[in-house]
Design a protein around this ligand. Sequence first.
Ligand code: GLC
Length: 685
Amino acid sequence: MSLTRVSRSDSLELHEGVDNAAFQEDGGRADSEKTDGQVAADCPSSSLNLDGAESSYTQIKPYAGMSKEVLLLYSRQARYRLPREILFWLVIVSTLVLLAVNITVIALSPRCLSWWQSSPVYQIYPRSFKDSNNDGIGDLKGIQDKLDHLNYLNIKAIWISPFYKSPMRDFGYDVEDFRDIDPIFGTMKDFDDLLVSMHDKGLRLIMDFIPNHSSDNHVWFQNSRRREEPYTDYYVWANCTRDKLPNNWVSVFGNSSWTYDSVREQCYLHQFLKEQPDLNFRNPDVRREMTDIIRFWLDKGVDGFRMDAVKHILEAPHLRDEPQVNASQPPEQVNTEFELHHDYTYTQVGLHDILRGWRAELDTYSREPGRYRFMVTESYDYEEIDKTMMYYSTDFARESDFPFNFYLMDLPQGLSGARAQELVSLWMTNMPRGQWPNWVVGNHDKPRMSSSVGKEYISAINMMMLTLPGTPTTYYGEEIGMENVHIHIEDIQDPFGKFDPNASRDPQRSPMQWSSEPNAGFSGNGTGTWLPIHPNYTTVNVEAQKGNDSSVLEQYRRLSLLRESEMALHRGWMCFVWSDVDVFVYLREQDGLDRAFLVLINLGRNATTDLSSISGLPEHFRVHTSTVPKNQGRSYDRAAVPTKKGEGLLLEFSSNQRFHTSHASSCYISERACYLNVLDIMYKC
Ligand code: GLC
């Protein structure tokens, strides 16, 4: 074997290197001598016999051709050994240092906020957002046409209420096919196009997932009624007669939650409409089906789910009567949800296991870089807030990113600054440590806040939502201060409203007011829209408010942008500072940052608030943003901070002292992190 046999043109080493005699074991004698001679010339103290050949060696390549023995002889000398060892240890030490720095950086870095934390979630009720085909009902293409509006508001997450194929008894919450789009809303292609457009514009899509029930038109139910396997037990069936129902359970929409089915000659359970039979989650096949549906939409690329009516998913199999709230009420008169204790129909053991199973699915899909899949649960637990908190993930088990916080919707009952603090505090004191708060003041099920508290408070409430810690949810139209529309009793569309007109959800579902054009720019339909447009649309609309600094829309937008750009607002501490009948005052600050904010939300009358008794506040504040534009840029003394009725005031100040350190019991943070100014980085502290 000899490298010299490799032709010069073939071997880069031999081109650029030397005629390496050490490898020329045969017939390379002369070359070998040449090379040895070269070494001897460089090292005169050598005792080797190095006569002759160096003169023919012109390249300066001192070690080339040296035999191992010769190399070893020199390499042991201190002047070679020492630098070599120093270099060796330098490499080892710097590798270890780099490794340690990496581990420290990873260990000390706080988590980055995810997309569902960094912007408000915007709820679209698709029937009412934008009608693209002029049939008077909103649709998916309509939503796609209006995505720029969401970009304008700096929204990144959109929850769209259901658009599955449905007979629309409960306007989409009665699903006939969980894998199809209702023709009223468009086609699957429209959905795919919408999702692509949303992702292109940096928007994430949260779908409504309705696990508790299907429509009675669903093929599973039709097969179940006929006892066709494997569907026989897909729903909750019980023996009964037309006159003798299985128990006293009542539906959320009123009257018994059992309906006799003449085909199967049994009763089926429905905790909502009789056209919404409850699926039987004690049947593993049903659980598998529903998980497959989640996968179907995740495969399509949706970014998360709002899990509908989760507390209803399981019922006690023994079907015992539920206790009456008023034991002396004649049982035959009990026909509403609030007249029973729901010991056997709500929040049953096993529910959280089901939700955690779905969470695990989402987590599997979240492994794709940059594609975190989000989960929010819907459960009205009223005074049992501990039940709501159970939907948060724990250190041991992942569940929802947050359960919807509906408690601020109670604001109209006793509206005041103190009431606002009480409701915010209710969430903050009950939320498990380290979890992420969220705030809801309206949705398709509850009256619009602007109508219940008065529109003069709406900008202040929007400011509160956007400056509290956590994710606000904005129901379409809240960003322009839309109000409930009046619907004549005979025109009620909502099934709940048909049972009890006072409970009708139509008023908060009126079409979005885009402009002062006919139908508020929502639809070009000459014969009207599915619900009437609010008559105030000529002034309360997107077009009219755009560009007007004092409008609800522009104030919303400004605060939404500010929430993102100000670290103290999106991830800093929140401290309760003051509350009274008029104002709710809280502070936002970030460790490591001198710039902090004080927020005053006036939910009463014109007021002047004296904050001089609160230690740790500066003497003066500068108005950063006010919903009363003429107050912009003013400076206030802490002993007398004026707010107008319904004003939202964001005050700014600079201090190198942190308020939370001296008011620990009234301050909250989800995940503590400090900002290091010199390096412009955050670290856990
Ligand atoms: C949820 C929805 C509501 C619907 C009900 C039944 O509460 O928000 O609109 O009627 O579930 O699906």
